[in-house]
Write a new protein. Structure first.
Lengths: 355, 328, 202
């Protein structure tokens, strides 16, 4: 498969677009017509051909432009990538995992040649051909975590595991759903999730922690999470909230289909072999409402989920004020027909929208 | 993606290996080295990790955890060192008496329940007997990374001092050995005194030694978080007993020389596990009803849970009494 | 009356205890203002502790109120500093010379305890092993998540960032590494619409 990389922006003129290919493979997060928190973990061992689950680290048409956007964010605010001193080995683990996975999964795009600790890494889409010494930081232009995650889509949290607890001790965070690595670095699992409503009371985080602590080498896991974003803005950071927050007020009945995006995180979890840390990649996928409703099943279901979502969750996810506008729009794509179970588009079997 | 919760898998991922070397080290301890049958390098591992070795002993399958003691930086072999236990249930005897170079075996991916705290300014290792094994991997790791460490190693005698010569030759200033038969003992209070802030202590050895280290460190004002220990319990034999597994809708017999977990597996009931030694918590099982006494031997459940009669760790714990019904 | 019961909150918000004597080779005690009362209470339960104690005390606006009473406890070392900033070099030096078995006791305002705890953690003591007891002012040390500037002694919500001037609301989300609560722009989605500041815990 050869990927045609888009030239697009995630800021200013927002020229980001999904191709038909990207729309059909979008990781729609709702397996039924309603939503509530759940741990919803499953093994991360491939998935249907062409789906975002197929490869260990999905590369798609947005790769080159997302990396350019990350470089802009880091130039403005280098604190978006940080690693506490004891996490350097986990950074090397991350570099190794991503380089090995990408070179095996996308041999036409990435190559890794290893001669002992002398490694040559070729990243064709980004025009990188670099030889360095594994475990020797002085041979890289920056730390190993930053080096490799400047070349890998999605955010990366690296969690140290100590005494039955996970600590957010390193990360690369530029495409986040409104949380700050600079503020949260060093926190334990319950502390960095502290602002999330309802889930603590439901015991969600206790169960999730127990699951994550027991993720073992060779057996990665994954889950989906979601929120809403006005404009295809990757960097919805608290740092810049005073700049982007106002964009939420720009929705109108005329522009909502193009401006309002469903934002989905494909979260994966890997036990890192040398450091025993847990790597938590959080890959962000964006889709405009007008593209999403071209899949009839998704249009019907999204309307029902948004309509029935508890108020606390709509507030936490930041779209309580825009919910009426969203429902006006989405209701036009919900004819009341039942939907098939599961997340897949089922374009062949689900009926078109009845008007 | 489905929303169905995933059934916990029994054990970690497996690796098919060939026994590449069997090296007797002294009258009690033998090293077993493995190479991969598919020719691939072994996955890297973190120092302190163990592997579970699957042993096909006639109709019986034994699954025993052993610390990986080879150099974590060497992906060509994995090695374990096993002390023969003549009173044990036969796992170590099987390895010592029946496993030969060239034998195919199955082991699991590394699982680490005894990791180094990588924040540590200095790492102090306290080993008793065969408890030396995880420290060999930790020492190799710290030597490569330039970490500060020292080892205090207590053995019965020179003859039974596994790896003593190698360790003292390579690290004469960092390794301190104490022989019981020469009335030498680790001077724990002195060595805890004066360690720099951020020092971590790790102990692997008999239960008495572990308890002694925890208690002495606490009395000297050391935070619990800076004292680490690992003790794999071997399941102990006991009187046979009967168990009703209500989810599986069967009644099984647990023999004198098998654990409850092994009896469940023998009858086709998979329970999740990682360590099989009472430490990882994976096989924790709810008790539906019981009439009798539990023999709890794990490190996982706390005292209240042990007293409650509501939970059991089937890898090491047993039951004596009239009836036991479990939620499996 | 220097004790205040903080209302229950989210799990990142620090919870403070009551200082108690613990076994150890040496005892480092850092307090500000009414935090002195917690050290005096500690002395009442175990006066012998102070023979191996180093007290670092910052009176703030309590002036001489507690100084002589603390000195009378007979600590091995006693330092009275004019401010935390003036004392922090000394704290770092004491921690870098210290050994395992050191017990750390912090008492007083949240800002003092948070910053001193951070120093002790960086020196290698796990935060769970550091004792804290809140006394005195309930003012908060706030970080502006936008400009990263720290505003000390915040007593109202919302407040104006002393660095960038944004109107910030006071969250309970707390970073031990920064020793600060998080302040977030309150009028980002409706510029200019800033509610009247109210006193914290009112």
């Amino acid at each position: 498969m050869t990927i045609q990389f888009n030239t697009e922006t995630f800021r200013d003129d927002y020229s980001f677009r999904n191709s038909d290919w990207a729309i059909k493979r979008f990781p729609f997060p709702f397996h039924e017509d309603s939503y509530m928190y759940s741990v919803n973990m499953e093994q991360h061992r491939g998935g249907p051909a062409g789906s975002v689950y197929e490869k260990r680290f999905d590369v798609d048409e947005h790769y080159v432009s997302e990396m350019a956007d990350r470089a802009i964010v880091l130039a403005e605010d280098p604190l978006r990538c940080q690693s506490l001193p004891h996490m350097t080995l986990a950074g090397w683990d991350t570099l190794e995992l991503i380089m090995v996975s990408k070179s095996e999964d996308y041999p036409d795009l990435f190559e890794l040649h290893r001669d002992g600790d002398r490694w040559r890494w070729i990243n064709k889409p980004m025009g990188i051909d670099h030889t360095f010494t594994f475990l020797d930081e002085t041979t890289l232009p920056c730390g190993p975590l930053e080096y490799i995650t400047r070349q890998a889509q999605g955010d990366y949290a690296v969690l140290d595991q100590r005494g039955d607890m996970l600590y957010m001790d390193a990360g690369m965070v530029t495409t986040q759903a409104d949380w700050s690595l600079d503020f949260d670095i060093g926190m334990d699992f319950f502390e960095w999730h502290a602002p999330v409503p309802l889930a603590h009371e439901m015991g969600i985080f206790k169960r999730a922690l127990k699951f994550l602590l027991n993720i073992q080498q060779g057996a990665p896991a994954r889950r989906l999470n979601w929120t809403m974003t006005v404009n295809p803005l990757l960097d919805t950071s608290p740092e810049n909230y005073h700049k982007w927050g106002v964009q939420k007020t720009t929705l109108t009945p005329e522009n909502i289909g193009a401006k309002q995006h469903l934002r989905v995180e494909l979260q994966t979890f890997y036990r890192l072999p040398r450091s025993n840390a847990l790597l938590f990649p959080i890959r962000c996928y964006l889709i405009a409402f007008q593209d999403l409703v071209t899949v009839p099943k998704w249009g019907r279901r999204l309307h029902r989920v948004v309509r029935d979502l508890p108020e606390e969750l709509a507030t936490y996810k930041g779209f309580i004020a825009n919910r009426p506008l969203m429902l006006d729009y989405l209701s036009r794509y919900d004819d009341g027909l039942p939907t098939s179970p599961g997340i897949w588009p089922d374009l062949e079997t689900e009926p078109p929208l009845q008007t | 993606m489905s929303a169905a919760p995933q059934k916990a898998k029994a054990g970690a991922e497996k690796i098919e290996v060939t026994v590449s070397a069997v090296v007797p080290l002294n009258p009690l301890v033998t090293r077993f080295e493995f190479t991969r049958r598919d020719g691939q390098p072994f996955p890297p591992f973190s120092a302190g990790a163990h592997t579970v070795v699957e042993m096909r002993d006639g109709a019986r399958t034994r699954l025993n955890p052993y610390s990986l003691m080879s150099d974590p930086g060497d992906s060509s072999i994995y090695a374990i060192s096993v002390r023969r236990d003549d009173q044990g249930r036969g796992g170590s005897l099987f390895l010592h008496n029946q496993v030969k170079v060239g034998d195919p075996m199955t082991i699991t991916y590394p699982v680490n329940l005894f990791p180094l705290d990588l924040r540590g300014r200095k790492h102090v290792f306290l080993a008793g007997g065969i408890g030396i094994t995880p420290f060999l991997a930790m020492i190799a790791h710290l030597e490569r990374m330039g970490g500060a460490w020292e080892l205090h190693y207590s053995c019965r005698s020179k003859e039974l001092g596994t790896y003593v010569d190698e360790l003292t030759y390579k690290h004469p200033n960092k390794v301190h050995v104490y022989f019981d038969d020469q009335d030498q003992a680790i001077g724990l209070e002195d060595l805890l005194d004066g360690q720099p802030l951020g020092t971590h202590v790790y102990v692997c050895g008999p239960k008495g030694m572990i308890d002694w280290v925890h208690a002495t460190a606490a009395a000297h004002g050391w935070p619990d978080e800076n004292v680490h220990s690992e003790e794999f319990l071997a399941p102990q034999p006991g009187k046979p007993f009967e168990v009703r597994l209500c989810k599986s809708d069967i009644t099984i017999q647990v023999g004198e020389h098998e654990s409850l977990l092994e009896a469940m597996e023998r009858c086709g009931v998979d329970a999740p596990f990682l360590c099989r030694g009472g430490a990882c918590g994976q096989c924790e099982t709810d008790v539906v009803s019981s009439d009798g006494d539990f023999v709890h031997r794990d490190h996982w459940l706390d005292d209240d849970e042990h007293a409650s009669g509501k939970k059991i760790m089937p890898c090491v714990s047993r039951f004596v009494g009239k009836s036991l019904v479990l939620d499996r | 009356m220097s004790k205040f019961q903080f209302p229950p909150s989210i799990s990142s918000r620090p919870v403070y205890g009551t200082l108690e004597p613990r076994p150890g080779k040496a005892h480092l005690m850092i307090a500000d203002a009414e935090g002195a009362e917690a050290l005096l209470d500690l002395a009442a339960s175990d006066a012998a502790l102070f023979a191996n104690a180093h007290i670092i005390y910052i009176p703030k606006d309590t002036g001489e109120t507690y100084v002589e009473r603390l000195r009378a406890l007979g600590p091995a070392q006693f330092y009275v500093g004019p401010s935390y900033a003036a004392s922090v070099q000394r704290i770092r030096r004491v921690l870098s010379d210290a050994h395992m078995g050191l017990q750390v006791y912090l008492a007083g305002t949240e800002g003092l305890m948070g910053q001193a705890q951070n120093e002790a953690m960086q020196a290698g003591i796990p935060h769970g092993a550091i004792q804290t007891e809140h006394r005195g002012s309930v003012a908060r040390r706030m970080q502006c998540v936008h400009c990263k500037g720290i505003t000390e002694d915040v007593t109202t919500d919302p407040f104006v960032c002393s660095h960038c001037g944004l109107n910030l609301f006071v969250r309970d989300h707390y970073s031990r590494r920064l020793a600060a609560f998080q302040g977030v722009c309150i009028d980002a989605e409706d510029p200019g619409n800033v509610p009247e500041p109210v006193e914290l815990y009112k």
